[in-house]
Design a protein around this ligand. Structure first.
Ligand code: GDP
Length: 194
C-alpha cells in the first residue's frame, strides 16, 4: 500500500473521544517491548510516528493514527508488565472492554508476538480475550530476522499451536529490520478494509 498520509489523530480513554467519521479501524495489540511501534512505523514508512519502547507506567490510552484518510490504526496499550498495579490493570480492562465490545467500525485486531519465543500466558490470554469478542485476529510474529531462515515455518507453527489459533485467522512472520512480511501484512489488512 502506498502511504500518502499518516497522522496522529487522538489519544482516547473512553468512547466519547473516539473519532466519529466512521472510517474502518484496525487495532494493534501486543506485550510491551514486543515490537509494536516498530511494526506500525515499518508499515507506514515513518521513522517514529508511533513511539517506540513505550515505558510501563506511561498513560494508558488508545492512540489513533489516520492512514491515507482511509482507515485508522488504533494502537492499544501494551499488556503484561509485571510492575502494573491492580488498579491500573482494572482501568486497562475497562477501557479495552468498552472498545472491543462497542466499536462497530473495528474490523480486525493485529496481535504482535515475538517469533523467537513461545507465546506467553499474556499472549494466549489476549488472543482468547479477542476471540471472546468474536474479533478476527491477524498474528504478526515479529523479529523474524533473529531466527535461522530454515526454522521459520516451525516457529510459526509453534505460535499458531500455542495460541490455539482459529484456522480462519492469519499468522505472518515479520521483521521491522528487513521488511520481511510487510506485503503479506498489508494484504491481510487490505482484506478487512474492502
Ligand atoms: P513496543 O514497545 O512493542 O512498541 O516495541 P518497540 O517497537 O519499541 O521495539 C522494542 C525493541 O525491539 C526495540 O529495541 C526495537 O528496535 C526492537 N525491534 C522491534 N522490531 C524488531 C525486529 O523486527 N527485529 C529486530 N531485530 N528488532 C526489533
Amino acid at each position: 500500500m502506498k502511504i500518502t498520509n499518516a497522522e496522529f489523530t487522538i489519544s482516547a480513554v473512553s468512547s466519547k473521544q473516539y473519532p466519529n467519521d466512521l472510517l474502518p479501524e484496525i487495532a494493534l495489540a501486543g506485550r510491551s517491548n514486543v515490537g509494536k511501534s516498530s511494526f506500525i512505523n515499518k508499515l507506514i514508512q515513518r521513522k517514529s510516528l508511533a513511539r517506540t519502547s513505550s515505558k510501563p507506567g506511561k498513560t494508558q490510552t488508545l492512540n489513533y493514527y489516520k492512514i491515507n484518510n482511509q482507515f485508522y490504526f488504533v494502537d492499544v496499550p501494551g499488556y503484561g508488565y509485571a510492575q502494573v498495579s491492580k488498579k491500573e490493570r482494572e482501568k486497562w480492562g475497562q477501557m479495552m472492554e468498552e472498545y472491543f465490545q462497542t466499536r462497530d467500525t473495528l474490523r480486525a485486531v493485529i496481535l504482535i508476538t515475538d517469533i523467537r519465543h513461545e507465546p506467553t500466558r499474556d499472549d494466549v490470554q489476549m488472543y482468547d480475550y479477542l476471540k471472546y469478542f468474536s474479533l478476527d485476529v491477524i498474528v504478526i510474529a515479529t523479529k523474524a530476522d533473529k531466527i535461522p531462515k530454515g526454522k521459520k515455518e516451525q516457529y510459526v507453527k509453534r505460535t499458531r499451536k500455542i495460541l490455539q489459533m482459529e484456522q480462519t485467522d492469519t499468522i505472518i512472520a515479520f521483521s521491522a529490520q528487513t521488511g520481511e512480511g510487510k506485503d503479506a501484512a498489508w494484504g491481510a489488512i487490505r482484506h478487512y478494509l474492502s
